[in-house]
Structures are given as C-alpha cells and as structure tokens.
Design a protein around this ligand. Structure first.
Ligand code: 6MZ
Length: 346
C-alpha cells in the first residue's frame, strides 16, 4: 500500500483542532449561502500560502498575522446557532471521513450582538456533537472551551465560568480549556486557568509559538495537561538549552501541527520542524492539524509528512496514535475502546 493510502486508512486521534479554523472551503460556501440566500458572490477566503496580502503600507502581511485575520473573516460566517451547528457537523463529518476516531474540538465562545450569546454558542456546538454521534458513530467528539489571550481578563473569566458550568451539565462532552489566540498579544491568564483546573477541567495551553522565554517558563511551571506547538523551545528554533531541558523534564505531551507552523513561517521548513527534536528525545508528542481549513490539510496528510520527512513507518504511526489516546481527555473506558480499534489495524 502506498504511504498516502496507509495514512488515510489508519484510525487516527486528533487532539488539536480549532473549530473555525477547521472549516473547509465547501463549508464556508454553505455558511455564506445560509446567511445570504440570494447572493452567489462567495467572499474570498484564501488558504494560507495561496496569495500574498499587503498591509496599508504596501508591505506583505506576515503569515502568522495573516492567519489571525483569516480567522476573523471566517468567524463572520458563524454568527448564529444555526450556522455554528452546521459548521460543527461539517467539521465532524470531514474528520470522520479521514478516519479520525477521536476528535477534541476547541472553540472560543463568542457573543454576537442581537444574534448569539456565549451560552447559545456552546449549546449549538454540543447539539451538533450529540446529533453527529448518531450520524457518524465511528468518531467520538469532545469539546474544549477556548480562552483567547487577546480578548482580556473579563472574557477569559466568562469563558472559564461557562466551561465549568457546561462541564457539570455535559460532563461527557466538555472536557477542558484551551489557551490560544494570537501569540504575540495579550496574556496567558494562568491564575484563571488554575480555577478551571481546580474545578476538574483539563488544560491544553498553546506555548512558544513565538520566542518569549519568560512566558514559556511560566507556562511550563504551571504544568498544563498538554502543550500546543512548543516551537521556540529548542536552541535551533529561537529557544534555549534551558527551555528545551525544562520541557523534556516536564514530560508534558506536546501537540505538533507541522503544516500550520510551516505555513505560518514559525519554522523554516518541514525538515527543520521541532518534531525532529522531540521525536529523537522520546518526548511525548501527538500529531494534529490545528486549522485544517485555513492550512488546507488533513490529519492523514500530516501523517504522510512525517513519513516522508522523518522516515516514520506504519508501526511508528500506530504507536503515535496509541500514545495520543493516553494523552487525550477521554474517559478511561473510552480510552480502552479507542485503543482496541487502533490495535485491530496492526
Ligand atoms: C493560536 C490559534 C491558532 O476558537 O473561533 N487559533 N491560536 N495559535 C494558532 N496557530 C495558528 N489557530 C487558531 O477558532 C479560531 C480561533 O482559534 C485560535 C484563535 O484564537 C482563533 O481566533 P475558534 O473556533
């Protein structure tokens, strides 16, 4: 079997997927039609790398900045319960078609004046997850509530309060908090994340997408359950010996999103991606898509990349998937079931 087919056919575990960043072009078109039934002029939202964008001074917008502008454009299409429901169902369907058997979606609750409250935002996603459990029974889906570092303390507090309330109401769906948002802005709100940890929510925190030794150390000392990216940690990637050793010592699993980092240009190339350092050091890692819509990727494609770039083979991918199960926020019973599905493919 060729690598592409092998990667597609493997049962996979996705632990790092932002809802709005995961919307495919096909889904964005459906959402545009939903809000504008009489307008066939679909707004141009490009995949990163397709086109160069210029700022007001005629200079190219750096890709990392551009991707956050793209999220803002996409978020204009998920402004009602109906559109969020549709968006969530489409994302679940597409991951399921890629043979993902466990998906942790994450999303930032958003209030849209006159159209949507944060409570309705979360309810719409949960309803979609519930309905999709019947429609696509081969994929198990959970939700992490995101805190956007750029949106300030009040929003962070609101989202964490809601996550705690919803976790009590829907303990099988709401499993954790994600700290994300434009990495050059805002704050990590670790004191607030502590409240959610005490309430029983798991924590996945973006860390070191850009160099910032002081903040990276604070996040590592906080000991989240998982870390996202950890790009600028190794000395060859604008980190330091100290940071790298601290991370290895912590043994905190790292979610690696290769295409996202290459397209955002936080790493120079696939070959020089931090995957190499963590994999060689035997540090716990999992492979993820981040924003499969914006970065035009799939989890199978990410698996293919590590096969082609780093010589991983089928048994390595199965090993990675099995360890991803153990890093997931699923229940112990669910983990046993997921492992047995993966083992059947050995
Ligand atoms: C940090 C990211 C991200 O929440 O509206 N997000 N945060 N780094 C990244 N690397 C590229 N990719 C996505 O999905 C979109 C939001 O997810 C976060 C950003 O806050 C973005 O606005 P939701 O569903």
């Amino acid at each position: 079997m060729d690598i592409q087919k092998m990667c597609k056919s493997l049962p996979k575990i996705e632990l790092h997927a932002h809802l709005n960043g995961s919307l495919s072009t096909e889904t964005l078109k459906k959402l545009h039609r939903l809000h504008n039934p009489n307008d066939n002029n679909y707004p141009e939202i490009f995949s990163l790398g397709e086109k160069e964008f210029l700022d007001e001074n005629g200079k190219p917008v750096p890709p990392l900045r551009l991707c956050f502008q793209t999220f803002a454009a996409i978020q204009k299409l998920t402004i009602t319960s109906e559109s969020l429901y549709l968006a969530t169902c489409e994302v679940i369907r597409e991951f399921s078609e890629d043979n993902v058997i466990y998906l942790e979606l994450r999303s930032t609750p958003r209030k849209v004046e006159g159209l949507l409250t944060k409570v309705e935002y979360i309810e719409a996603i949960i309803l979609a997850i519930k309905e999709c459990a019947k429609k696509y029974p081969t994929i198990l889906v959970k939700l992490l509530i995101s805190v956007d570092r750029k949106q300030g303390c009040q929003n962070a507090e609101e989202n964490i309060d809601l996550a705690i309330k919803f976790m009590k109401k829907y303990p099988s769906y709401i499993v954790g908090i994600d700290l994300s948002g434009e990495p050059t802005m805002g704050d990590a709100f670790l004191h607030l994340l502590e409240t959610s940890r005490e309430a029983g929510l798991k924590i996945a925190a973006h860390c070191a997408e850009v160099p910032n030794e002081e903040e990276i150390m604070r996040i590592l000392n906080f000991k989240p359950d998982r870390l996202g990216h950890c790009t600028c940690v190794h000395p060859n990637l604008k980190g330091s010996e100290k940071l790298f050793n601290e991370l290895l010592k912590s043994k905190i699993p790292v979610e690696l999103c290769l295409t996202s980092n290459v397209k955002c240009e936080t790493v120079p190339s696939y070959a020089l991606h931090q995957f190499k350092y963590y994999y060689e050091a035997g540090h716990p890692i999992c492979i993820a898509t981040d924003d499969k819509g914006v970065f035009d990727t799939t989890l199978s494609a990410e698996f293919e990349i590590i096969c082609n770039q780093f010589g991983c083979e089928k048994h390595d991918l199965i090993k990675l998937s099995k360890s991803a199960v153990s890093y997931s926020f699923a229940s112990e019973e669910e983990k046993v079931k997921l492992l047995s599905i993966i083992e059947q493919h050995q």
